[in-house]
Unconditional design. Structure first.
Length: 325
């Protein structure tokens, strides 16, 4: 039986991150104060995707990386004069597209000064880039306010690592009030975007840490290992590799086909085959072009968008997304 202190902590986390406690969020929050908000966001995103479609993956990841650290409060956008904010943490160094968030914010400040939060902008942009990459649409709840704190250590402690096993992933998501299904559905976001070799090279070289150069992860398809080694040398820190080879700019269910064939790029992808519920979901969508993945993804994105939000009089509405007022 759990100790009273552990039981209290579990109940506290459930209360803190339970979607039912995201009071103040609703679809159409800006209906009267900034009725054109979604059109303005879409216009900037449309322009961005026409010129730089590869930013879709990073902008989707930005929402995830924001929500998992201090909740969906725009804290990942804040700069630090001493490079100690969330964006300076190693897991966030590969995030790109901050200038797109700034462009959206500037356009909204002209139309509706001091009304729309940066946290809501991140949520809306994530939805719009998915749609433009032929993925699903969903109604985005808005009404978040911006946090004033951004700490590098918080990001290191809260963002699931690409080397995570299934137990670590489930625990990480449950601590944020997300289910096992949310975990496997949101992992499907890896269908778009790229990754630096450093995020998975441990699976290619010296996997057991014994100093053997050809010691690779046995859960990774051997033929895929050969292809990845051709792109990523042991010390490569700059090369980008497609997470979903062949369709990394298209939001589809090919990710699950890759994972089922042991070609998921990260250990955290491969881990989805080590749990009955996640494995069943992977297998379902690896063999069916139809199914519920698109609908499920929208639901899980809404669930994630409710993590630890600031609403009402909490936080602030930043004038510039990279700094507090």
């Amino acid at each position: 039986m759990a100790s009273p202190s552990k039981l209290f902590l579990s109940l506290f986390l459930l209360f803190l991150f339970n979607p039912a406690n995201a009071q103040g969020l609703k679809v159409g929050f800006y209906e009267k104060t900034c009725p054109s908000v979604e059109l303005i966001v879409k216009k900037v995103v449309d322009d961005t995707m026409s010129k730089a479609p590869s930013l879709a993956g990073p902008l989707l990841r930005m929402f995830f990386h924001d929500c998992f650290v201090r909740g969906c409060d725009g804290s990942v956008l804040l700069n630090s004069p001493t490079n100690q904010s969330e964006k300076n943490a190693f897991p966030n160094l590969s995030l790109r597209g901050f200038q797109i968030i700034d462009r959206v914010k500037s356009a909204l400040e002209k139309a509706c000064p001091g009304v729309v939060s940066c946290a809501d902008i991140v949520a809306l942009v994530a939805r719009d880039v998915v749609v433009l990459r032929k993925g699903p649409s969903w109604e985005v709840e808005t009404g978040r306010r911006d946090g004033r704190i951004s700490n590098l250590t918080d990001a290191l402690l809260n963002l699931p690592a690409p080397t995570s096993n299934i137990s670590q992933l489930i625990t990480s998501f449950q601590q944020k009030g997300l289910s096992v299904k949310d975990l496997v559905v949101l992992s499907g976001g890896h269908t778009i975007g790229t990754s630096h070799c450093t995020s998975f090279s441990n699976r290619l070289y010296n996997f057991t840490g014994k100093g053997i150069n050809n010691d690779s992860d046995p859960t990774l398809d051997p033929n895929y290992i050969v292809r990845l080694k051709a792109k990523c040398k042991p010390t490569d820190q700059t090369t980008l590799v497609e997470m979903d080879p062949g369709s990394f700019l298209t939001f589809d269910n090919d990710y699950y086909t890759l994972v089922s064939k042991r070609r998921g790029l990260f250990q955290s992808d491969a881990a989805l085959l080590n749990n009955g519920e996640t494995k069943a979901y992977v297998r379902l969508h690896a063999t069916s072009q139809g199914g519920s993945f698109f609908q499920d993804f929208g639901v899980s994105m809404v669930n994630m968008g409710r993590i630890g939000v600031l609403t009402g009089a909490q936080g602030e509405i930043r004038k510039v997304c990279s700094k507090v007022n």
